[in-house]
Design a protein around this ligand. Structure first.
Ligand SMILES: Nc1ncnc2c1ncn2[C@@H]1O[C@H](COP(=O)(O)OP(=O)(O)O)[C@@H](O)[C@H]1O
Ligand SMILES: [Mg+2]
Length: 573
């Protein structure tokens, strides 16, 4: 026995050759996995790899088509147990899973928004006094019946123990996303979960909330709880996991310890081929200014304050200017103001075209701005960038039906010069869609961007998020833009697609475009940008060339709007 002890922690849960098929899809293909007591196991994999399906099998929501689940029956009753006996089990539903000790925090929260924190946490597991329901019944009465005091006490203890501060009486709909996630985690702990499953928990969190979550995960691990942590960001498992397993196309393709792994190694395991982590980028030093923004302010009627507060910056030809910042510091309003989707309060926006024409974008409509050589990648592709019910061909033609005509030879866009021909084209284009040209453009975009689709006539809503993004980028870049406003260009896409998007942005930079990159992914901003602006509370808190700013400096500016030195000075005086 002592020898076994030395081998490390006991396995508490095991999946053996588990297969799960849905009509037409093999979601899990012969997957085997062991989960040990008190470990943080990270599962990495692209969208559709089968991670969530596997978790639903562990939690009892799905039954495997074939294969076995084995559990160590003692681990959830006696957390100090060293038992190594695994027993074949069936987990017929989540309630049974819960009884065994599995607790799942879903990608999409399962909370009752108008209820309080304590009501959500105790839902279905309320302490009640055994009063017969009287004629006074009704909703209000049930909260008198429920022994909330006891629940609140227990919840407070759990919050403190695991570093999850929360007010039990807050209404859930008033909470930030990060706090809602805390409620979900507490709910599982309240149900004595010993194996916690966190399905892409960091996708919705700010960088500082991620740090808090990781602290909580470590605190949970210290008390012997096991955690399965799903992510598709490579850095996170390296930072927090004890062990990393990788899934691809429904199969388990590898296992590695963080000490043996690097981001490059993980990327290759996830994608199944070498992924360029470093982009080859020429250095450019152009004096030509593409975009000149001066003293721009945007008023936000909801908060009754300036969402963008008197900011000025320039973007040069061949330059990527990255905006770093925690979401909600004016990024969205800035992007919208630049393309005319939002009224500006004051300031100027000048777009210097390569042919010498200077356009004042403040006074232009969105359509005119976009038709003047500006590509716009909106942060929400599904509502602002694409029409989901339309086919790929129709989506890639959006915007071109007005002022552009396809140059037959290159398949790319060219502005017509003769106003008569332009009129003719426009009229024709409006009356009759030029199907052949549309198909040609769609085909070239599908080829160039490697859009995975059955056909160019597929509806965009049937594509995965990553492939939708490629359609959008393909259309915007087909304009041969001189200025690109890219807002969260890789949100929710896989590593493979991300690499593609990054490479395309670098290519457009080489072509001479000026690019504004807005991203809440700081790694992305650091990787692509030539120049960085840190946005905090609608103002530029700091800026500089990529090689002048350090990471701690940027993080500090992002979270406080100030340099460390400034704060130190204030504290000491
Ligand atoms: N309920 C379902 N019905 C049909 N297909 C499903 C269902 N759930 C998942 N799938 C399919 O199974 C595969 C794996 O999906 P999922 O487990 O959600 O992947 P991941 O969480 O790794 O992104 C995908 O092809 C997905 O479309
Ligand atoms: Mg998933």
């Amino acid at each position: 026995m002592t020898q076994q002890k030395k081998k490390g922690l006991p396995t508490i849960f095991e999946l053996v050759n588990v297969t799960k098929s849905f009509p037409g899809v093999l979601a899990l293909d012969n997957v085997s996995l062991r989960i040990k007591k008190g470990e943080i196991l990270a599962i990495l994999g692209e969208n559709g790899a089968g991670k969530s399906t596997l978790m639903k099998i562990i939690s009892g929501l799905y039954q495997p088509t074939s294969g076995e689940i084995r559990i160590n029956e003692e681990w959830f009753r006696d957390t100090s147990s060293e038992s190594r006996n695994l027993v074949t089990t069936k987990i017929l539903n989540p309630r049974e899973g819960m009884k065994l000790g599995t607790g799942m925090v879903y990608q999409h929260f399962q909370l009752v928004e108008p209820f309080t924190v304590v009501e959500n946490i105790t839902l279905g597991k309320e302490f009640t006094y055994n009063f017969p329901i009287s004629s006074r019944g009704g909703n209000k009465f049930s909260s008198i019946l429920m022994n909330n005091k006891l629940a609140i006490k227990e919840i407070k203890e759990l919050s403190e123990k695991f570093g999850l501060p929360l007010n039990p009486n807050s209404i859930v709909e008033d909470l930030s996303v990060g706090l809602k996630q805390r409620v979900e985690i507490l709910k599982q702990l309240y149900r004595d979960a010993e194996l916690l499953i966190l399905d892409e928990p960091t996708a919705v969190l700010t960088p500082s909330e991620v740090v808090e979550l990781f602290k909580t995960m470590n605190a949970l691990k210290k008390t012997g709880k096991s955690i399965i942590f799903i992510s598709h960001k490579l850095k996170e498992p390296l930072a927090i996991a004890d062990r990393i397993v990788v899934m691809r196309k429904g199969a388990m393709v590898g296992e590695i310890l963080p000490k043996d792994a690097t981001e490059e190694v993980l990327a290759e395991m996830v994608v199944g081929r070498k992924v360029l982590q470093k982009l080859d980028r020429e250095s450019f030093k152009s004096k030509n200014i593409v975009l000149d923004v001066q003293n721009l302010s945007v008023y936000d009627p909801i908060s009754e304050s300036l969402a963008v507060n008197n900011i000025s910056f320039k973007i040069h030809k061949h330059q990527i200017v990255g905006i770093a910042g925690v979401q909600g510091n004016g990024q969205t309003e800035l992007a919208n103001a630049l393309v005319g989707l939002r009224k500006t309060e004051s300031g100027s926006i000048f777009f210097n075209k390569q042919d010498g024409v200077v356009l004042d974008l403040i006074n232009k409509s969105t359509l005119d701005t976009l038709n003047s050589g500006v590509a716009y990648i909106p942060e929400d592709r599904t509502t602002q960038g694409l029409i989901l019910d339309f086919q790929i061909t129709e989506n890639t033609w959006l915007g071109f039906h007005n002022a552009y005509k396809v140059n037959e030879n290159s398949g790319k866009m060219k502005e017509e010069t003769s106003s008569f021909i332009k009129w003719l084209e426009n009229t024709k284009a409006r009356l009759l869609l030029p199907i052949k040209k549309m198909d040609k453009l769609a085909n070239s975009i599908v080829d160039q961007f490697e859009v995975m689709t059955v056909s160019i006539y597929s509806r965009v809503k049937n594509l995965s998020g990553g492939n939708q993004q490629k359609v959008l980028l393909g259309r915007e870049f087909a304009k041969q833009p001189e200025l690109i406003i890219a807002s969260q260009p890789t949100r929710g896409v896989d590593i493979g697609v991300m690499e593609k998007v990054h490479q395309e942005l670098i290519n457009r930079r080489a072509d001479g475009a000026g690019i504004l990159l807005i991203s809440s992914d700081l790694d992305e901003v650091l990787k692509l940008s030539d120049y960085i602006l840190v946005l905090f509370d609608g103002k530029i808190a700091g800026h500089g060339n990529i090689d002048e700013l350090t990471l701690p400096q940027i993080s500090q500016l992002m979270t406080t709007g100030r340099e460390v030195e400034e704060i130190k000075k204030e504290v000491t005086t």
